[in-house]
Design a binder for this molecule. Structure first.
Ligand code: C5P
Length: 223
C-alpha cells in the first residue's frame, strides 16, 4: 500500500524562503510560499517515511504527523539540516535559500539619512552542495525555480550539485511557482532523463516526486 512503501526511511524536507536580517526590524527574503515543500513533507509522511520538515517562515500549518523545525536564516537552516543529516535516507531541499545575507546585522534600527545606502551582502553557504559532498547512499533532491533557460540551468545544477533528481519550474508561467496552489514542473535526472508534468496541484506533484524517490531507492512502486 502507498502508506507503507517508505516505512523505516527517514526524510528531511526544507521549505519556505529564508529571512536574512538587516536590523531588528528589517530582513531580505524572496517570494517562496513554502507550499511545494510542505506538500512534499506531507507526501513523504503519507508514504510512511519518518519525516522532518525544516521550515523557513511561511503562513502554513505543519502537516499532521510531521516533526517541524522552524528556522529563519540560511545559516540556521543549514545547522538544523546538518544536525539531522547522519540519520537521513532522503533529503528534499524545496526551500528557497537566500543566496546572500547582509554582511552584518545591525544591533539597532538603521535610521534614514536622506543619502544613498549601500548594503553589503555576503554569499550564504550552499546547503545542498554541502550535503552532496557527503552523500553516501542518500537520495538528494533539489528544486530549481527559474525565470529563463529553465532546462539548461537545471541540467547544469544537477551535475554541479551531484543530485539524484532535480525538480525544475518556470516561476513566470501562470499556474506555477510562488504562492500558486498548482505547479508545472519537470523532473530531471543525472542520466539526462527528463519528464515534463502537466499542471497539477502541489500535493499531486509531491506524490509523483515520492514515486520517483521510491524508484531511485529501488522500491516497488505499483499500488
Ligand atoms: O542554485 P539554486 O539556488 O537555484 O539551487 C536550488 C537548490 O539548491 C534548491 O534545492 C535549494 O534548496 C538549494 N540551495 C541550498 N543552499 C543555497 C541555495 C540553494 O541548499 N544556499
Amino acid at each position: 500500500a502507498r502508506q507503507d512503501r517508505l516505512r523505516g526511511k527517514r526524510a528531511i524536507v526544507t521549505a519556505g524562503g529564508t529571512q536574512e536580517p538587516i536590523d531588528p526590524v528589517r530582513y531580505l527574503t524572496n517570494r517562496s510560499s513554502g507550499r511545494m515543500g510542505y506538500a512534499v513533507a506531507e507526501a513523504l509522511q503519507e508514504a510512511g517515511a519518518e519525516t522532518i520538515l525544516v521550515s523557513a517562515p511561511t503562513a502554513l500549518s505543519p502537516p499532521p504527523g510531521v516533526e517541524t523545525i522552524q528556522v529563519s536564516t540560511a545559516l540556521k537552516m543549514r545547522e538544523a539540516v546538518l544536525d539531522r543529516y547522519a540519520e537521513a535516507d532522503i533529503v528534499v531541499m524545496a526551500a528557497a535559500v537566500a543566496d546572500y545575507r547582509p554582511a552584518e546585522e545591525a544591533g539597532q534600527k538603521i535610521k534614514k539619512t536622506g543619502a544613498n545606502w549601500q548594503l553589503e551582502l555576503v554569499p550564504n553557504p550552499d546547503i545542498l552542495a554541502e550535503l552532496a559532498r557527503n552523500k553516501e547512499k542518500r537520495i538528494l533532491v533539489g528544486f530549481a525555480a527559474e525565470t529563463e533557460n529553465l532546462i539548461s540551468f537545471a541540467r547544469e545544477k544537477i551535475q554541479r550539485k551531484n543530485l539524484d533528481m532535480l525538480v525544475a519550474n518556470d516561476v513566470t508561467l501562470p499556474g506555477a511557482g510562488f504562492g500558486s496552489p498548482t505547479n508545472i514542473v519537470s523532473f530531471l535526472f543525472p542520466d539526462g532523463r527528463r519528464e515534463d508534468l502537466p499542471q497539477m496541484n502541489k500535493l499531486e506533484v509531491a506524490r509523483r516526486l515520492v514515486q520517483e524517490i521510491e524508484a531511485l531507492l529501488g522500491l516497488e512502486t505499483k499500488e
